[in-house]
Design a protein around this ligand. Structure first.
Ligand code: UTP
Length: 491
């Protein structure tokens, strides 16, 4: 731990001496806690970050239209235009990699879920399915199922390590929740939590806020914090030890996520890509979703606000939107690529700056909860690394089978638990109908332990009619719980 004199000097050099304003009022414990926290912050870097952030705020938001090009056809493939044979080859390649212990999943779970508005990590949220399963459980069970598919194909028992990036605000609760639920059937040693970094919150002049008289106001450094924290927490080393070559990275809030998707992994492996993005076609030209494209010859995600409406509406000769590859926070990386980014490019990541209402202690020692933005938070984004790839590819999938994000409270009516539930029910209905069953209500859920993507359902559903809210369970669950059918509440 640094001494008071050392910290005082650093803060004075970086024009942040105000942070010690209440030092003499603190008790011994608070002083020691404060010194410890101050010692973990790189104030020189924090100054540089603010300068960079300020520059980006004062730049005119320039429309990128004239510099944009769509993804070249050789770096793009769409599931709907690939024949069954090739699709089968991709899947088989992915399952083989899983069976060989070469695949890991990295879950981005450090966000604070402010729009959803619950006071616990989003992964613990249950969207109200008949089973009541929360997002973490659904994802863990999909991992278990895909491991068993890999075993069925190869005869080998491969392991998928589940790395979960949490943050200061989500770490303890997530850890506790997973432990209490016995890691939802995954092996404890193959579930590894690590914390992303934090960055200071600044006022508009670059002065760092105090959250309490002895606590600096910090916030998670964005989902692009993975690159630094993978290195700092020894996760890249752990991946190396385990022989992991491929990592599937995704957000916590997509209820349809195909975790460790063997088709996507197989596609990227076959194309010898070091970085890949799964995308969905935009729902409409004005949809507020980032699109994957090239800007000045480099791959990146362009936000809707960065292009004009005319460009958003451009169409190719087939009538499809020219900039159509909607980014859904679903990525493939080789571990070599992650190592390369962590070692060489992490500091070059773009800083995304947002004006926010930041609660703080003012110069009179009063706690203030501002009603309008009073400062900035800085974040890095996971997708800002495409430009560093040797070979970047994109894989387009149908939205209705792969993407439905949980962002908002139900009152918003969009990207909320209502739509998550509806989209999962619709997908599962289509699986059941494909397997020869019929669904006449809205609430039939298939356990991820029974089926990953619609397979293995015939024995359970062929020639059956499902007319009440039901969970179709796996054998393992039936043995454990009995064949529980949840009636009613088919919202
Ligand atoms: P979002 O940007 O949607 O943020 O995250 P959020 O925290 O879920 O929700 P809001 O904006 O506060 O309402 C997309 C994904 O990135 C993760 C989230 O957990 C989610 O899986 N994320 C976000 C992090 O892991 N760390 C961060 O600092 C921010």
């Amino acid at each position: 731990m640094p001494t008071f004199a050392e910290i005082k000097k650093i803060l004075s050099d970086c024009q942040q001496s105000h942070l010690l304003r209440f030092w003499d009022e603190l008790n011994e414990k608070e002083q020691s806690q404060f010194l410890e926290q101050l010692g973990t912050i790189n104030f020189k870097e924090a100054s540089d970050i603010f300068t960079k952030a300020q520059n980006s705020l004062s730049e005119d938001v320039q429309k990128l239209d004239s510099r944009m090009k769509p993804i070249p056809p050789e770096q793009f493939e769409s599931e709907k235009s690939v024949n069954e044979k090739i699709l089968g080859e991709y899947k088989s390649t992915g399952l083989e990699a899983i069976a060989n212990n070469e695949v890991a999943v990295l879950l981005l779970a450090g966000g604070q879920g402010t729009r959803l508005g619950v006071n616990y990590p989003k992964g613990m949220f249950s969207v109200g399915l008949p089973s009541g399963k929360p997002l973490f459980q659904i994802q863990a069970e999909r991992i278990r199922r895909v491991m068993s598919l890999a075993k069925q194909q190869t005869g080998k028992t491969g392991k998928i390590c589940w790395y979960i990036m949490t943050s200061g605000p989500t770490n303890f609760t997530t850890k506790d929740f997973l432990r209490k639920n016995d890691y939802f059937g995954l092996n404890k040693d193959d579930v590894k939590l690590f914390q992303q970094g934090l960055l200071p919150c600044y006022d508009f002049d670059g002065k760092i806020f105090l959250d309490e008289k002895h606590i600096v106001a910090l916030a998670p450094d964005g989902n692009g914090g993975i690159y630094r924290s993978l290195h700092q927490n020894g996760i890249l080393e752990d991946m190396k030890k385990r022989g992991i070559k491929y990592v599937h990275v995704h957000s916590v809030d997509n209820i349809l996520i195909k975790v460790a998707d063997p088709v996507f992994i197989g596609y990227c492996v076959k194309k010898e890509a070091d970085c890949g993005a799964k995308v969905v076609s935009k729902a409409e030209p004005t949809e507020a979703v980032g699109v994957v494209c090239q800007v000045d010859g480099k791959f990146q995600v362009v936000e809707y606000s960065e292009i004009t409406e005319a460009t958003a509406n451009l169409r190719d000769s087939d009538g499809n939107l020219l900039f159509n590859a909607g980014n859904i926070c679903n990525h493939f990386f080789t571990t070599d690529f992650l190592n390369k980014v962590a070692a060489n490019f992490e500091r070059e990541l773009k800083l995304h700056v947002a004006k926010k209402k930041i609660p703080h202690v003012n110069e009179n020692g009063e706690k203030i909860k501002p009603s309008s933005p009073n400062g900035i938070k800085v974040e890095k984004f996971v997708f800002d690394v495409f430009q560093f790839a040797k070979k970047f590819v994109t894989w387009e999938v149908p939205r209705n089978s792969e993407f439905s994000a949980l962002k908002n409270a139900d009152s918003v009516g969009k990207d909320c638990s209502l739509t998550s539930r509806r989209d999962l029910f619709n997908l599962h209905k289509s699986y059941i109908e494909k397997a020869g069953g019929k669904v006449t209500c809205d609430g039939v859920e298939i356990s991820p332990l029974l089926s990953y993507a619609g397979e293995s359902l015939e024995v359970r559903v062929k020639d059956k009619v499902f007319d009440t809210t039901t969970v179709i369970l796996s054998d393992e669950e039936i043995l454990k719980n009995g064949n529980v059918i949840c009636d009613g509440d088919c919202r």
